[in-house]
Design a protein around this ligand. Structure first.
Ligand SMILES: [Zn+2]
Length: 129
């Protein structure tokens, strides 16, 4: 079976882990960064992932606070995923680091768009009241 570069997923021989020094260096840089910001990432991530359903749950009783909590959670989570794109272990093993980081950033953009949609809904409700 062919092995793939741990960073860019290019095919390599069984004895290698990376296709080139650059991929090796980029992988090291990623893990250095994830070690440095792991705690910050998981705390902010947890608060936002919790904030989105809380905001949605509040919505029927309190539209404005519910929307604000949900959309701010989306914006912060989206920015977090773009600035600190730390994929899950399973994503890294499935896609290799380079693609997993890219996917995480795309998810971040989608979460920001979701936040904008939530803001849009609030605006829509105000218009119809
Ligand atoms: Zn590579």
């Amino acid at each position: 079976m062919l092995k793939k570069c741990d960073y860019c997923a290019k095919e390599i021989t069984y004895f290698e882990q990376y296709c080139c020094d650059e991929c090796h260096a980029k992988t090291n840089k990623f893990y250095e960064m994830s070690e440095k910001f792991e705690k910050l990432f998981s705390i902010v991530n947890m608060i936002c992932v919790f904030g989105i359903p809380v905001g949605v749950f509040l919505f029927p009783f309190a539209k404005v606070p519910g929307t604000i909590i949900a959309s701010i959670s989306c914006f912060i989570l989206g920015i977090l995923l773009i600035l600190l794109p730390f994929p899950t272990e399973s994503m890294i093993s499935k896609f290799k680091l380079k693609k997993a980081v890219k996917i995480t950033r795309i998810i971040g953009i989608c979460v920001i768009v979701l936040g904008l949609l939530i803001c849009g809904f609030l605006f829509f409700f105000f218009m119809n009241e």
